[in-house]
Design a protein around this ligand. Structure first.
Ligand SMILES: [Zn+2]
Length: 146
């Protein structure tokens, strides 16, 4: 679900783009696809969207959006958001990237640690804050202290 047009979106505009990637379908018992949508904004302003392929084989919506990103431009993003719409009442919810997606974003570009992660209306953080000890971390243990 690529949409590589360059824009200057507000956070709510990016949220709308993520919501536009929603296409919930229960393709087999308990196996949903398209029930989470994501949008990422590249450093060059392009926006890419993706939808999740859920269940035990899980491919996150963020991964779909990042796949479109890397197919078109550099792997560094400035913002990311993912959304899910509650089928019970139709309310849209913003959800944070899972740990795998956070680590993937860091691995493809260290600059992504400074990317804005939209957590809610008027509520943002950075990927760095969601990955407080990113990457390989090893602290030597002195044998005399153990
Ligand atoms: Zn994920």
């Amino acid at each position: 679900m690529a949409a590589g047009n360059r824009t200057s979106l507000t956070d709510s505009g990016l949220i709308s783009r993520a919501a536009g990637a929603l296409n919930p379908q229960e393709v087999s018992a308990g196996f949903w696809v398209g029930d989470v949508g994501a949008a990422v904004e590249a450093e060059d302003g392009q926006v890419f969207t993706g939808a999740c392929i859920g269940g035990h084989l899980s491919v996150c919506a963020e991964l779909g959006a990042v796949s479109q990103l890397v197919a078109s431009t550099a792997p560094t993003i400035t913002r990311i958001v993912a959304v899910w719409r509650d089928p019970a009442d139709g309310a849209l919810h913003i959800i944070p990237p899972c740990g795998r997606c956070r680590e993937l974003l860091r691995v493809i570009s260290q600059r992504n640690l400074e990317a804005t992660v939209i957590l809610g209306p008027g509520h943002t953080t950075t990927l760095r804050d969601l990955l407080p000890v990113p990457g390989w971390h090893a602290e030597r243990v002195d044998p005399e202290t153990t």
